[in-house]
Design a protein around this ligand. Structure first.
Ligand SMILES: Nc1nc2c(ncn2[C@@H]2O[C@H](COP(=O)(O)OP(=O)(O)O)[C@@H](O)[C@H]2O)c(=O)[nH]1
Ligand SMILES: Nc1ncnc2c1ncn2[C@@H]1O[C@H](COP(=O)(O)OP(=O)(O)O)[C@@H](O)[C@H]1O
Length: 213
């Protein structure tokens, strides 16, 4: 028997949070995801840190002065914000809310304190923690990137240890041993999450009505 059920796609999008210590490869994995997954939207954060060579305002971050950042907080334009190794970082609220309302999935690449605040507001979000194969490998990735001074690297390594300890608050842990594998694992998680019954309420209601006919 065939059915011509038209399935509504009115569900909200999925909010994905990706965290992990500095240098683990969050940016690299997100770039790879962007290249192979046009169905995931990326949230661009605001920050008071200086742009690195090659970083573009509005693409990598919205680069702000401390005063401008403070104003965004006061105007309630931030979904969350946190201080990380001497700089402020935050997620612009409206873009995230509009993207989810339009039914699209969005990924936030943010540190742990901010992620925990997002979890309070969006407990139905998918929280993924990216791990390095080892702490030694983590350090050599940060050093190898060559974007931070020795002092900043030391501070980031000590924050890294604290962040890894908070991994228990996340739904998934992925080791970034190889970028393409880490990327595939995130895609698999997303595929499974999209099929969860509690994310498909209107589709399931539709089917229930259909089978009761
Ligand atoms: N809470 C929060 N953290 C963010 C946001 N954007 C970036 N971060 C995090 O801030 C930390 C430092 O970012 P960055 O200076 O770009 O260094 P990198 O992660 O080592 O490339 C990382 O853990 C980012 O995930 C944000 O909007 N909110
Ligand atoms: N799976 C991997 N194997 C080896 N090097 C990696 C891997 N993922 C990322 N890197 C390298 O590690 C460094 C830090 O990556 P980056 O994406 O900037 O990390 P994060 O955004 O987490 O701070 C970069 O030089 C990047 O090329």
């Amino acid at each position: 028997m065939t059915s011509n059920v038209s399935i509504s796609s009115a569900e909200k999008g999925i909010l994905i949070v990706l965290s992990g210590p500095s240098g683990v490869g969050k940016g690299t994995v997100c770039k790879a995801l962007r290249e192979c997954s046009s169905d995931i939207i990326y949230s661009v954060s605001a920050t008071t840190r200086e742009p690195r060579q090659g970083e573009v305002d509005g693409v990598n971050y919205f680069f702000k002065s401390r005063e401008q950042f403070q104003q965004l907080i006061e105007q309630d334009q931030m979904l969350e914000w946190a201080e990380y190794v001497g700089n402020y970082y935050g997620t612009p609220r409206k873009f995230v809310e509009d993207t989810l309302a339009s039914g699209k999935d969005i990924i936030l690449e943010i540190e742990v304190q901010g992620a925990l605040k997002v979890k309070q507001k969006f407990p139905e979000g998918v929280f993924i923690f990216l791990l390095p194969p080892s702490l030694t490998e983590l350090e050599s990735r940060i050093v190898g990137r060559g974007t931070e001074t020795e002092d900043v690297i030391r501070s980031r390594m000590s924050v890294a240890v604290e962040e890894i300890a908070l991994m228990e608050h996340y739904d998934y842990a992925i080791v970034n041993d190889q970028v393409d594998l880490a990327c595939q694992r995130i895609r698999s998680i997303l595929t499974a999450e999209r099929c969860r019954k509690d994310r498909m309420v209107s589709k399931i209601q539709h089917w229930m009505a259909e089978v009761k006919k």
